[in-house]
Write a protein that binds this ligand. Structure first.
Ligand SMILES: Cc1ncc(COP(=O)(O)O)c(C=O)c1O
Length: 410
C-alpha cells in the first residue's frame, strides 16, 4: 500500500481498525489461552489510562522524567520483594521476557570475562525446555547454547546438566516454570550445582515470577525458585504476563547491584554526549513503565492473590475435566500453564477441532499435548472449554475432521 496523499479522519480510521480485528483470536470471550492475559475490565482500564498518561514520556531520560525513574525503581523493589531479593539486589524494567533474558545473558557473559577471567568460547547450559530467547541471545552474542534433554519427569536433569558444564560455561539456566509444560525446574539443586561449579544461575521466571509468589500465599506448596536459593544470580520475570501489566514490560533482576553493572551500556565516544542505558533499548516507552507501576499498586498483594486464585481454580477445573475425557496431565503444574496428552487420540486433530470452534491455544510437540496458559477470565469459561473438547474428541473419534461452523461460546 502507498501512503495516502491526504489523511483520513480518526472517525473513519477507528471503525476500520475495529473491523480489521474482527478476524483475530477471540480473547475477550476467553477463547484464547496464549499471547493475552485477561485479568478483567478493572485491570484493563488501569492499564490503558496509566499507559496513555505517560505515553509520550521516555524512560531513556531519567533526569527529564524523574517520575518514570521513581516508578521503575518502585516496580523493581516490588518485584525483588516478591522474589526474595536481598538488600543488595537491583534490576531494571525491559521491554519483555526476551529482552530480560538477553540482558541477563549479556551481564553474565561480561561477568565471566571480566570478573572470572574466562577467555574461551563461552557456553550456556540449559534444559531442553528453556525458552528460545536463550538461543536468540546466544546467537546475538556468539555464545554456544547447550540444550540438555529433560528427565522423564520433564524437569531439568541436574546430573546431565552438571556433566555438560565445563570451564567455558558462563551460565546455567532453570525455568520457573518452563513454557512447554508449565513445570518448575529443581532450582534448589541447580543452585547447589551453580555454587559448586562457580557458574551464574539464571532463573527464567518470565511466566512465573508474578504468579508463583501469590499462588504460594494462597496456600500452595510452591518449591523455592527465586533469590531464596543462594546460587541464583539473576532472574527474568515478566510484568506483561502474570503481572497483568500492559505489554512491553518485564523485569530483569540481579542478586547484587554489582552484577547488574555488567548489563549497563555507557558510551561517550560520539558527538551527541554521554549515553547510558541500562537495557538494550534506547528509547524506553514511558507508558509501559507507568502502566506497570499503576497495575501493581491497583491490585496490591490482595488483588493479585485474588486474580491468581481464579487462574489456579480454572486450571484445577480444567485438570479434572480433561482427565475425565481421558487425557493425562504432563507433570504436576502448580501455576497458570497446563499441558495434557491423550494416550489414544491425535491431540493435533483435537486441536484443529477446537480451533474450528474458536479456541486459540498452544500445543506442545514433545510429547504431543494440548497446552493452555490460563488467565483469571478463564475461570468463567472452563465449562465451555470442556464441552467443546468433549465434542471435538467425539468428532475426531468418528473420523470426521471437517470444520465446525458454529462455536458454543459466541
Ligand atoms: C518461560 C518464558 N521465558 C521467556 C519468554 C519470552 O517472553 P517474551 O515473549 O515477553 O519475550 C516466554 C514467553 O512466553 C516464556 O514463557
Amino acid at each position: 500500500m502507498e501512503m495516502p496523499d491526504k489523511g483520513t479522519s480518526w472517525d473513519d480510521l477507528a471503525p476500520e481498525m475495529i473491523r480489521r480485528g474482527s478476524g483475530d483470536a477471540k480473547w475477550r470471550e476467553g477463547k484464547t489461552a496464549v499471547y493475552v492475559f485477561n485479568a478483567g475490565e478493572d485491570v484493563a482500564r488501569v492499564q490503558k489510562e496509566a499507559y496513555t498518561m505517560y505515553m509520550s514520556e521516555n524512560g531513556l531520560g531519567p533526569a527529564a522524567f524523574p517520575s518514570l525513574k521513581q516508578m521503575e525503581e518502585e516496580v523493581i523493589q516490588m518485584g525483588l520483594g516478591l522474589l526474595h531479593g536481598p538488600d543488595s539486589a537491583d534490576g531494571a524494567i525491559t521491554s519483555g521476557g526476551t529482552d530480560s533474558i538477553t540482558m541477563a545473558v549479556k551481564a553474565a557473559r561480561d561477568y565471566a570475562r571480566n570478573d572470572l577471567g574466562k577467555t574461551g568460547q563461552l557456553n550456556i547450559v540449559a534444559p531442553y525446555s528453556a525458552h528460545p530467547a536463550f538461543d536468540k541471545a546466544a546467537i546475538m552474542m556468539d555464545l554456544e547454547l547447550r540444550r540438555i534433554p529433560v528427565g522423564t519427569d520433564l524437569l531439568a536433569d541436574c546430573d546431565a546438566m552438571t556433566a555438560a558444564i565445563d570451564n567455558d560455561t558462563m551460565m546455567l539456566v532453570g525455568s520457573a516454570p518452563n513454557f512447554p509444560y508449565g513445570l518448575i525446574d529443581p532450582i534448589t539443586q541447580l543452585g547447589q550445582i551453580a555454587e559448586e561449579k562457580n557458574v551464574w544461575l539464571h532463573v527464567d521466571a518470565c511466566v512465573g515470577g508474578y504468579i508463583a509468589p501469590f499462588v504460594r500465599m494462597n496456600g500452595v506448596d510452591v518449591p523455592d525458585f527465586d533469590f531464596s536459593v543462594a546460587g541464583v544470580l539473576s532472574m527474568s520475570a515478566d510484568l506483561h504476563k502474570y503481572g497483568f501489566c500492559a505489554k512491553g514490560a518485564s523485569t530483569v533482576l540481579f542478586r547484587d547491584a554489582e552484577l547488574k553493572k555488567h548489563m549497563i551500556f555507557d558510551c561517550k565516544d560520539w558527538p551527541g554526549g554521554r549515553m547510558i542505558t541500562p537495557t538494550l533499548a534506547g528509547t524506553r516507552p514511558g507508558g509501559a513503565i507507568s502502566a506497570a507501576w499503576a497495575v501493581m499498586n491497583f491490585l496490591g498483594v490482595q488483588g493479585y492473590k485474588n486474580k491468581h486464585q481464579q487462574v489456579t481454580d480454572a486450571r484445577a477445573a480444567i485438570e479434572v475435566g480433561v482427565k475425565k475425557l481421558g487425557f493425562k496431565i504432563l507433570g504436576t503444574p502448580l501455576l497458570g500453564i497446563v499441558a495434557f496428552e491423550h494416550p489414544d487420540l491425535d491431540v493435533f486433530a483435537i486441536y484443529k477441532q477446537m480451533y474450528d470452534r474458536g479456541w486459540f491455544t498452544s500445543l506442545c510437540s514433545q510429547p504431543k499435548a494440548l497446552h493452555l496458559m490460563l488467565s483469571p477470565f478463564h475461570k468463567t469459561v472452563t465449562d465451555v472449554y470442556l464441552a467443546d473438547l468433549s465434542d471435538s474428541i467425539e468428532q475426531v473419534k468418528s473420523g470426521d475432521k471437517s470444520a465446525v461452523k458454529e462455536s458454543r461460546y459466541s
